[in-house]
Design a protein around this ligand. Structure first.
Ligand code: G3I
Length: 345
């Protein structure tokens, strides 16, 4: 209906009725469309497969998806050279049927690595040269499988510590710092159209991490390495305050020519939930989207799960939770309505 009104207005060369452009969107998908971005969610594959109400809300609201766990190394290559794609495929297939773009998460991380890999490196049966080969094969195989189906890959995840030093993962200690450039080059070769990202948490506010990450990007660019995007995870909590400089930090990366994405937003709180806490949470979500929309290069705004029914928070932070846009019964919370009210400045 809206496009019909717009088309008629264009043909008749009359101004659009104000409500056609500015009416409150009916859901996040429409909000994203009106603002020229994609709004996404991490997806719990078991819920996607088994819970019809979860599936319905996911596919109605979101135009971008990320596998919460199903594309991580332990999930896709649980045994050396033996790849299990069924969960990752289910996500990609569902995305295609529902006009959702996909973020691949993640090619290199220090967590959720399979035991064959970590123990082989630890006991010396996998030496550095072999490790490099294993990494190259893993990246090439996974990126190639989803060539043309994944808009953006988190190539490296969380490679910088909070104090700005490089994380001493098995990758850094055995392969040296060049593994990052190698990973981007291998991924690019496997799918030249995928946008390749570096992704991290606390990057919204932590100065040492921000500065180190900026220099990694500049260094990669100076070497001609194909890096295209910066992912801000955005795991926030109302007890810590909102990272007020976030838009400025996004701009600093955008100024290097990078695309920007919020990749894992959630806003946790100490339980129990109160109306006041929900209002503060809503304000954080609203500000995060406002920050993203204020930076032209910010193209994706993804939440790390959309329902409190399936969220990593309670399992990781004792006494905390309720971090998502929908409650456990999939009723929208104040944060959801706050997002719908966000307007581009
Ligand atoms: O798959 C096993 C299952 O076989 C077993 O029965 C069960 C028993 O606990 O555990 C299952 O594994 C869990 C896995 O998620 C899959 O559900 C792990 O215990 C659990 O630790 C793991 O947590 C994930 C976490 O990453 C691991 O570090 C969370 O779901 C996931 O939300 C979280 O996501 C990360 C991003 O990838 C990177 N940024 C931070 C973010 C939050 O930590």
């Amino acid at each position: 209906m809206k496009s019909l009104i717009i088309a008629l207005a264009l043909v008749a060369a009359v101004p659009l009725p104000a409500h056609a452009e500015h009416r409150t969107p009916r859901d996040l998908r429409e909000l994203a469309y009106q603002n020229g971005i994609r709004i996404g969610s991490a997806v719990d594959i078991a819920a996607l497969r088994n819970e019809a109400d979860y599936r319905k809300v996911l596919n109605r609201e979101f135009s971008h998806v990320t596998a919460e766990n199903a594309m991580k190394w332990e999930s896709v290559e649980p045994e050396r050279g033996v790849f299990t794609w069924s969960h990752a495929d289910a996500l990609v297939d569902n995305a295609r049927r529902n006009n959702q773009k996909v973020r691949g998460h993640t090619l290199i991380w220090h967590n959720q690595l399979p035991a064959w890999l970590t123990s082989g490196v630890e006991n010396g049966t996998i030496d550095a040269a072999e490790l490099r080969e294993i990494l190259r094969d893993h990246i090439t195989t996974q990126v190639r499988r989803y060539k043309g189906k994944i808009r953006a890959w988190d190539v490296v995840n969380e490679v910088v510590n909070d104090d700005g030093t490089m994380r001493q993962s098995i990758w850094l200690t055995h392969l040296g710092p060049g593994y990052i450039a190698d990973a981007f080059r291998w991924a690019h070769r496997a799918d030249p159209h995928a946008r390749l990202y570096i992704n991290d948490y606390n990057l919204e506010w932590n100065a040492p991490k921000i500065e180190t990450t900026l220099s990694i990007v500049k260094d990669l660019q100076a070497q001609g390495v194909p890096i295209h995007g910066i992912g801000f995870q955005g795991h926030l909590g109302i007890q810590y305050g909102y990272p007020g400089d976030w838009a400025n930090v996004m701009s600093r990366f955008a100024d290097l020519g990078l695309e920007v994405a919020v990749t894992e937003l959630d806003v946790r709180m100490e339980l129990p939930v109160t109306p006041e806490k929900l209002a503060t949470q809503a304000d954080y979500y609203r500000r995060a989207l406002t920050d993203c929309l204020s930076v032209k290069a910010c193209r994706e705004f993804t939440v790390w799960g959309f329902t409190d029914r399936h969220s990593w928070v309670p399992g990781w932070f004792e006494g905390q939770g309720a971090a998502c846009l929908f409650d456990e019964n999939l009723a929208p919370k104040p944060a959801y309505h706050a997002l719908l009210g966000v307007k581009k400045a």
